[in-house]
Design a protein around this ligand. Structure first.
Ligand code: KIV
Length: 266
């Protein structure tokens, strides 16, 4: 067991202390994130873009996710390892159980699935069998082709009402954490207060229970030159990567990141 468990994250929410999460894909960065005090390492399928150079997360396979989870596990001591289910790896209930098991056997402590209320059945089944689940809502990059691009979600009242209802339904189905991506700050705050489980935000304002960024983005590295509005370059003014990781933890804990300019309005 790592030092940080789901119980730790739950009690951070209750105390009102912000949770820090970063994406991480290898052992050296897992160690560096531990040194900085990052509580959750997300082995995100963003690795398809930042490591593999694809233009979306869709080509990433479960075997590749499991490989990077195992790399992170070898460098990690303290943090909770959250692993993304690859695109279509949870298309059926049987696939959800088999593929989440592969990630847990590789070293994950929890898996993340993208979607909405339709996830309820598989979240219940995985949780009952010992696999904690984080539900990723809002902008879900695996459905970029359905959404018509990487766009803020929940801006109109119907979408917002549906997202609030889905969040509560997924908590009731057993989700242990929610992740909200590119959601208006006010809606993210409402959802955070409406559920008891920790809610982590990326482009969702400062009122969520914690924050996550893609490691390469916050270190100022970009393959395409396109930097999302919610990203801050933590290398600015820092002498090295270790200091930038520590600055991220300090700013999230102090609620000085994200600032208003990193969020979205309805
Ligand atoms: O894959 C990933 O890095 C993610 C973050 C954008 C939250 O899901």
């Amino acid at each position: 067991m790592p030092a940080i468990t789901l119980t730790t994250l739950q009690s951070l929410k209750q105390k009102g202390e912000k949770i820090t999460m970063l994406t991480c894909y290898d052992a050296t960065f897992a160690h560096a994130c531990n040194q900085a005090g990052v509580e959750v390492l997300l082995v995100g399928d963003s690795l398809g873009m930042v490591l593999q150079g694809h233009d979306s997360t869709l080509p990433v396979t479960t075997a590749e996710m499991a490989y990077h989870v195992a790399c992170v596990k070898r460098g990690n001591q303290d943090a909770l390892i959250l692993a993304d289910m690859a695109f279509m790896a949870n298309a059926t209930l049987e696939q959800s159980l088999n593929n989440s098991a592969l990630l847990m056997k590789a070293g994950a402590h929890m898996v993340k699935v993208e979607g909405a209320v339709w996830l309820a059945e598989s979240i219940r089944a995985m949780t009952e069998r010992g696999i904690p689940v984080c539900a990723h809502m809002g902008l879900t990059p695996q459905t970029v082709n359905v959404l018509g691009g990487y766009k803020v979600q929940g801006r109109n009242e119907n979408q917002a009402r549906q997202m609030r209802a889905d969040a509560i339904a997924l908590e009731q189905a057993g989700a242990a954490m929610l992740l909200l991506e590119c959601v208006p700050s006010e809606l993210a705050a409402e959802i955070t207060h409406a559920v008891k489980i920790p809610v982590i935000g990326i482009g969702a304002g400062s009122d969520t229970d914690g924050q996550v960024l893609v490691l390469h983005d916050m270190l100022g590295l970009s393959l395409t030159g396109r930097v999302p509005k919610f990203v801050k370059n933590f290398m600015t003014g820092q002498p090295d990567i270790q200091s930038a990781l520590s600055a991220y933890v300090t700013e999230v804990k102090a609620v000085s990141f994200p600032a208003t300019e990193h969020g979205f309005s309805a």
